[in-house]
Design a protein. Structure first.
Length: 387
C-alpha cells in the first residue's frame, strides 16, 4: 500500500462544505422560489473597490509584464502598508518589516514555519478560526485550546494565560475574532503582548477584521511588542477575497526566515493583486460605505433574531459574524443547520467548525451579505421555528 502523508488526514474546513450545500440547494430551487439567504461565509457581498479594480485595469492595459515581484512584495505596497500603520495606529513600522503574502491564508504557514518547530505547543482561544489548528497540526505542531465563553467574551484573558503550565511556545489571538466577533480592548491586548514577550511566548495576532468594528477601539499588537507577528489581509475590510492578497508585520528575527520560506513556497503574491491592493488604500469613501451597510445588517439582526428564537448572541464588537448559542433549540448544530437550509432556506455554519468540544450548541451567522437578505432572515427564521 502506498504511503499517504500527514496532510491526507487534514480535517475539512466545514464552512466550505456548507457553501457547496447552499450552492446545490440554490441550483435546485424552482423558478420563482424565494432564494437561499447566504449567512454561512465570511465573504463581503461587495467586490473590490472601484479604484483598486481600475488600477489593475490600467496596469494590464499598459502592457507591462506582470511577472514575479520580490518575495516580500512590491516596495511601493510595503511602503503604503507602513504608512497605514502610522496613520491608523500611530505605530512606526518600517516597510522592510512587512511581507506581502498570498492572502492571510498564505501568511499563517509562513509565520508558523518561521516561528515554531514540530512538536511546539501553540495556544488559542476556543472557539477559533479552524485553519489555525488545522495548519498547525499539518505542520506537526500542537494546538492548545483555551475554552472561552461569554464570561470572557470568547477571548483569552491574562489570568488564563498565567495559569498555563507548562507555558506554550506561542499564542494566537484574534481581535475582532472569527467566529464570535468580539474584541480585546487596547489595554487587554497590550497586557497580553507584554506577557508573551516577557515569557518567551511568540504572539501571533490575527488582525484581518481591522476596519470592521462598531464602537470599540482597534489596536495592533505591533504597537505593543517588537516580537509579535501580525497577520492582516485585504479580504475583509477591503472586500478583495478572490485577489488573494494579505500581509505580515514581522519582528526582526523572522524577516529573513519568512523571506526564504516565501521564495520557496509561493515565490510572490500575484503582481496584479499587489497593484490593486496599493490603490485600495485610497478608496476610503467606498469602503466606509460598505462598513456602514454591515453595521445596518448587524443592527437588523440584533433587533430581529431574539424574537425569532436566537436570543443568546455574543457581543458583536467587530467583523461581520454573530455567534449564536442555540442550545435551547438543539444539541446538534450540524443537523440544525442542515434542516434550516433545507426547510427555511437559510445557510449558516455549525459551531463544530470552530469549537470541536462545545460547537454543537452554536451557530455562526455571517451578516456581510445583501441588506435585503439580512432584513428577511429573522422573519424566515421565526416562521420556521413557529414563533
Amino acid at each position: 500500500m502506498l504511503k499517504t502523508g500527514r496532510g491526507a488526514n487534514a480535517p475539512a474546513f466545514l464552512v466550505m462544505d456548507v457553501i457547496a450545500a447552499a450552492n446545490a440547494a440554490a441550483a435546485a430551487l424552482p423558478a420563482g422560489s424565494p432564494g437561499i439567504l447566504r449567512m454561512e461565509v465570511g465573504q463581503p457581498s461587495t467586490g473590490a473597490p472601484r479604484g483598486a479594480a481600475e488600477a489593475a485595469i490600467r496596469a494590464l492595459q499598459a502592457g507591462a509584464p506582470m511577472g514575479y515581484t520580490e518575495a516580500l512584495g512590491l516596495a511601493s505596497l510595503r511602503s503604503r502598508i507602513s504608512r497605514h500603520y502610522a496613520e491608523k495606529y500611530g505605530a512606526d513600522i518600517p516597510a522592510r518589516r512587512i511581507a506581502v503574502t498570498v492572502g492571510a491564508s498564505g501568511a499563517f504557514p509562513l509565520a508558523f514555519l518561521a516561528a515554531f518547530d514540530p512538536g511546539d505547543r501553540i495556544a488559542m482561544a476556543a472557539p477559533f478560526y479552524p485553519p489555525y489548528a488545522n495548519i498547525l497540526t499539518g505542520l506537526g505542531m500542537h494546538p492548545v485550546l483555551l475554552p472561552c465563553d461569554a464570561s470572557t467574551r470568547f477571548q483569552p484573558t491574562l489570568a488564563m494565560l498565567e495559569r498555563l503550565d507548562p507555558l506554550p511556545d506561542g499564542l494566537i489571538i484574534a481581535s475582532p475574532c472569527n467566529p464570535a466577533g468580539t474584541m480585546l480592548s487596547p489595554e487587554e491586548l497590550a497586557a497580553i503582548a507584554a506577557w508573551c514577550h516577557a515569557n518567551g511566548v511568540r504572539l501571533i495576532s490575527d488582525e484581518i477584521y481591522h476596519g470592521l468594528s462598531y464602537g470599540m477601539a482597534e489596536s495592533t499588537a505591533a504597537a505593543f511588542s517588537d516580537s509579535a507577528v501580525v497577520v492582516n489581509s485585504f479580504s475583509k475590510y477591503f472586500s478583495m477575497t478572490g485577489w488573494r492578497i494579505g500581509w505580515l508585520v514581522l519582528p526582526e528575527d523572522l524577516l529573513r526566515p519568512v523571506e526564504c520560506l516565501a521564495q520557496n513556497l509561493f515565490i510572490s503574491a500575484p503582481h496584479v493583486a499587489q497593484v490593486a491592493a496599493e490603490a485600495a488604500f485610497d478608496c476610503t469613501d467606498e469602503l466606509e460605505a460598505n462598513k456602514a451597510a454591515y453595521a445596518r445588517n448587524r443592527d437588523l439582526l440584533l433587533a430581529g433574531l431574539p424574537a425569532a428564537g436566537l436570543d443568546r448572541l455574543a457581543a458583536a464588537d467587530g467583523a461581520f459574524y454573530l455567534w449564536a448559542d442555540v442550545s435551547a433549540l438543539t444539541n446538534d448544530s450540524v443537523d440544525f443547520a442542515a434542516r434550516m437550509l433545507a426547510e427555511a432556506g437559510i445557510a449558516a455554519t455549525p459551531g463544530v467548525d470552530f469549537d470541536r468540544e462545545r460547537g454543537r450548541r452554536f451557530l455562526r451567522l455571517s451578516y456581510c451579505g445583501a441588506e435585503a437578505s439580512m432584513a428577511e432572515a429573522p422573519d424566515r427564521l421565526r416562521r420556521w421555528l413557529g414563533r
